[in-house]
Design a protein around this ligand. Structure first.
Ligand code: FAD
Length: 470
């Protein structure tokens, strides 16, 4: 469809932020135009982020479980991997979701326009597409243009063996060896996928710890398991230079902090997962008078308004944490405010999850932050070695930790490491939003035997009432 000449509301970008905002605004009766550069809706999350990575992680988890079954007397043998079929499965998952979005946009009469939007004034934009450039005027706009991969100059090369997360998810082949630069969530999720598919993976991380945002005690079980799966995890180490050669990419390392840099090594592939940067610098925001900081972020108030009151911004482009569930909540607020409702973004906490194996999830105050900020806290901890379900699953390395305010016993934060930690953390987020204290959680009857009981038991451990182990 071509752009109409005028829209009540224009939304730039169709990621989790953009499509949610467009749909909510349309449901509230606004005439909405949604502009997306790519032919498919869904943004990074659906096309090259959350969804394809989790589809591949599921396959990786099945391989890992099948191998573990040998310990229980059930052997499946070495997996035979048809990489083309696996890629097709991943693409079919994406297709179902992006197709679903297209249908929902149509049902709501959202005017979807394919093209690249740039502001030309505070009430108009240009849209560049294969068919030329058109213009659109609007009453209100929501900027949901997301973020892109950060590439440090040393990794800039046309060599197809140096890839980013999008390249890794494309799953062209299963390389024999791969260096993953960056031990954050994205890097480690890809390390999990590729090592289970048979690649010999090396991870290099600048900081002293992988997943630097999470508490050390929660990272430890993941670090231990990963060590047995990958060739090496180099912390306190950075890549100094790369050199594409015929037989692979030669990588020189250097020490960061107290690290000892290893000798240069040759890898079939180098995956650079060193972070993402917001797209605020690519939309001519200045022509609309919208302020963008030097990193590309756009500042907003809690109604998601930029410094120009009728232009809103949501999602990765407004700041950390760059997560899909933050984008969708901000999106609803922006759409509702556009439609004249009195909404505000007032989430107390936003959970973070590394979908590694085991998963690590945390929400609210971490212990590291509490110490840094001098916040008084006490912990309730439940080791999964005492969970009947975890023992039955043969995955007892997990741990559930809650942080409480010593005076009120209210939950300040929580962290979980273990299988399905990402699902389990939702309860802790709810507890914090509800202002729950330890007894609220401990007295809530959790189904037995489940891993969710570990949250209740961490609260009971804190209250000193725990007796129902296993
Ligand atoms: P985006 O999803 O970045 O979408 C922005 C859209 O705008 C894009 O489609 C882009 O093409 C379009 N666009 C940009 N500029 C213009 C323009 N000028 N005109 C037209 N269109 C434009 N988050 C999670 O919560 N959970 C996860 O498990 C998770 N896994 C991830 C795994 C990977 C490998 C990656 C890379 C990210 C992951 N994320 C995850 C982060 C998540 O993808 C982002 O937080 C989320 O997509 C942000 O949504 P958004 O709407 O702000 O922007």
């Amino acid at each position: 469809k071509n752009a109409d000449d005028h829209a009540d509301l224009v939304v730039i970008g169709s990621g989790p932020g953009g499509y949610t905002a467009a749909f909510r605004a349309a449901d509230l009766g606004l005439n909405v135009t949604l502009i997306e550069k790519y032919p498919d809706l869904g943004g990074v999350c659906l096309n090259v982020g959350c969804i394809p990575s989790k589809a591949l992680l599921h396959s990786a988890a099945v391989i890992s479980e099948a191998r573990a079954m040998a310990q229980h007397g059930i052997s499946f043998g070495k997996p035979k991997i048809d990489v083309d079929k696996l890629r097709h499965f991943k693409e079919s998952v994406i297709g179902k979701l992006t197709g679903g979005l297209a249908g929902m946009a149509k049902a709501r009469k959202v005017n979807v326009v394919q093209g690249y939007a740039k502001f030309t004034s505070s009430n108009s934009l240009s849209i560049e597409s294969e068919n030329g450039t058109s213009s659109l005027s609007f009453d209100k706009a929501i900027i949901a243009a997301g973020s892109r991969v950060t590439v440090f100059p040393i990794f800039e090369t046309d060599d197809p063996r140096v890839i980013d997360s999008t390249g890794a998810l494309a799953l062209k082949e299963i390389p024999k060896t791969m260096l993953i630069v960056g031990g954050g969530i994205i890097g480690l999720e890809m390390a999990t996928v590729y090592s289970e598919l048979g690649t010999e993976v090396t991870i290099v991380e600048f900081m002293p710890q992988i997943i630097p945002g999470a508490d050390k005690d929660l990272v430890a079980p993941l670090q231990k398991r990963l060590k047995s799966q990958v060739k090496e995890i180099l912390t306190n180490t950075k890549v100094e230079s790369i050199r594409p050669l015929k037989g692979g990419i030669s990588v020189k390392f250097a020490a960061a902090g107290n690290g000892n840099a290893p000798e240069a090594q040759l890898f079939d592939y180098v995956l650079v997962a060193t972070g993402r940067r917001p797209n605020g610098d690519l939309i001519d925001a200045d022509k609309a008078g919208v302020e963008v900081d030097e990193r590309g972020f756009i500042a907003v108030n809690n109604q998601m308004q930029t410094n120009v009151a009728h232009i809103f911004a949501i999602g990765d482009i407004v700041g950390q944490p760059m997560l899909a569930h933050k984008a969708t909540h901000e999106a609803k607020v922006a759409a509702e405010v556009c439609a004249g409702e009195k909404s505000g973004f007032e989430a107390s906490v936003i959970p973070s999850v590394a979908y590694t194996d085991p998963e690590i999830a945390w929400v609210g105050l971490t212990e590291t932050q509490a110490k840094e900020q001098g916040v008084e806290y006490e912990t309730g901890v439940f080791p999964w070695a005492a969970s009947g379900r975890a023992i039955g699953n043969d995955r007892t390395e997990g741990k559930t930790k809650l942080l409480f305010d010593p005076k009120t016993h209210r939950v300040l934060g929580g962290g979980i490491v273990g299988t399905n930690a990402g699902d389990l953390i939702a309860e802790v987020a709810l507890a914090i939003e509800m202002g729950s204290d330890a007894s609220d959680i401990g007295l809530t009857i959790h189904p037995h035997p489940t891993l969710s009981e570990t949250v209740a038991m961490a609260a009971e451990a804190y209250e000193g009432t725990i007796t129902d182990l296993y």
